[in-house]
Design a protein around this ligand. Structure first.
Ligand code: AMP
Ligand code: MN
Ligand code: MN
Length: 350
């Protein structure tokens, strides 16, 4: 099968006024709203979901929220966000929701064990910023230029007529800060900072939120980071001579250090700083034998397209997929795709 290196581009780049009106009307009408974000949720997925949960509850809506990961684990960095205690396990998620809302999820399969709800729900509102979004809903709020899905959630809250509270602002801040790499990535605009300012004005403790997300790790993580960095390989000739750095962590090592896969998110952020490499890769072994592959590009290679080709997806500069081969075979296949990857040059999209 030949697949295109170019992910499907969305027809319209930003939500229209009609899209906003349809979303607001659907939420006002619904008595029960069911919220889902992608599996192995990151800050934007979980923060956007919790932001809308905390927006809808004061409106008297019945809200049920979950994600289809097995095991069902909320990453420790986000476990104290408002509303986490109200999340339900996937088994408790309604079989046929009236209104389903998905967050930060470019395609239905990223909903994991709960992906079938896209078909059983009466109405599906997709809120996302992935360029590769497949528009699998009945209603869409998709802005591929948005720095985070949370940007759309905050605007939706404003259009629903709700005022920002600390309970809404804390998860949205976690979402915005993580997806912009602490306001460093190219998608960060003056509007991103105005939004951050509105969120901080509610009085949230952004210092404590940030510490939980970036500056607090169990000792086992420090040790495993050392192991992963110690075995990093630099391949200057790879990626058409632009350079590749990669490393791997095995599932038994995870267990030995008392960690879960979700706690390894930060390794790639250290590995990708190697100035000799355009592309950085971390292979993370899961207990089921599969490998979660994280990729990052500095801007000249569209790793989102490469990962889409290999069965995953993501953004131009940050993307991933799941591999069912061993590390050597996974890297061989990835190396081959990266060698063929189109040179795209620094674009405007993070
Ligand atoms: P990660 O390396 O896990 O932080 O993922 C980086 C980005 O790649 C995420 O924000 C997602 O947009 C995307 N991504 C990661 N894994 C997958 C996958 N299996 N399928 C689709 N997109 C993915
Ligand atoms: Mn995400
Ligand atoms: Mn996101």
């Amino acid at each position: 099968m030949t697949r295109s290196l170019t992910p499907a581009r969305v027809a319209s780049e930003r939500p229209t006024e009609a899209d906003w009106t349809a979303a607001v009307t659907a939420l006002h009408r619904a008595e029960e709203v069911a919220l889902l974000c992608h599996v192995s949720p990151d800050g934007d997925a979980l923060g956007s979901l919790l932001g809308l949960q905390q927006t809808l509850l004061p409106l008297g809506k019945s809200v049920v929220a979950s994600f289809g990961s097995d095991p069902f684990v909320v990453p420790p960095a986000y476990s104290e966000l408002p509303g986490v205690d109200l999340l339900v396990r996937p088994e408790q998620f309604p079989a046929a929701p009236d209104l389903l809302v998905t967050f930060d999820t470019g395609s239905q399969d990223r909903l994991g064990a709960l992906a079938d709800r896209v078909h059983t729900a009466r109405e599906v509102l997709v809120i996302d910023h992935h360029a590769s979004n497949t528009r699998y809903g009945t209603l869409h709020l998709i802005d591929r230029a948005a720095a985070a899905t949370a940007v759309l959630v905050e605007e939706l809250g404003r259009r629903l007529g709700t005022a920002l509270t600390p309970e809404i602002a804390a998860p949205l801040y976690a979402a915005l800060a993580t997806d912009t790499g602490s306001f460093k990535y190219a998608a960060t605009t003056p509007e991103t900072h105005y939004l951050a300012a509105r969120l901080l004005a509610t009085g949230i403790r952004h210092d404590l939120l940030s510490r939980r997300i970036w500056d607090q790790n169990p000792f086992g993580y420090i040790r495993l980071l050392g192991v992963a960095l110690g075995r990093a390989v630099l391949e200057p000739a790879a990626v058409g001579g632009l350079g590749l750095i990669w490393t791997s962590v095995g599932a038994p090592e995870l267990v030995a250090h008392g960690l879960t896969l979700e706690q390894l998110e930060g390794i790639i952020d250290v590995v990708r700083t190697a100035e000799e490499a355009e592309v950085a890769v971390v292979c993370k072994g899961d207990v089921d034998g599969s490998i979660r592959v994280s990729t990052r590009s500095k801007g000249e290679i569209d790793v989102g397209a490469v990962c889409s080709y290999l069965g995953g997806g993501g953004h131009r500069l940050a993307a991933g997929y799941t591999s069912y081969a061993d590390v050597a075979a996974t890297m061989a296949a990835l190396r081959e795709r990266l060698a063929d990857a189109e040179y795209v040059g620094l674009g405007d999209e993070a």
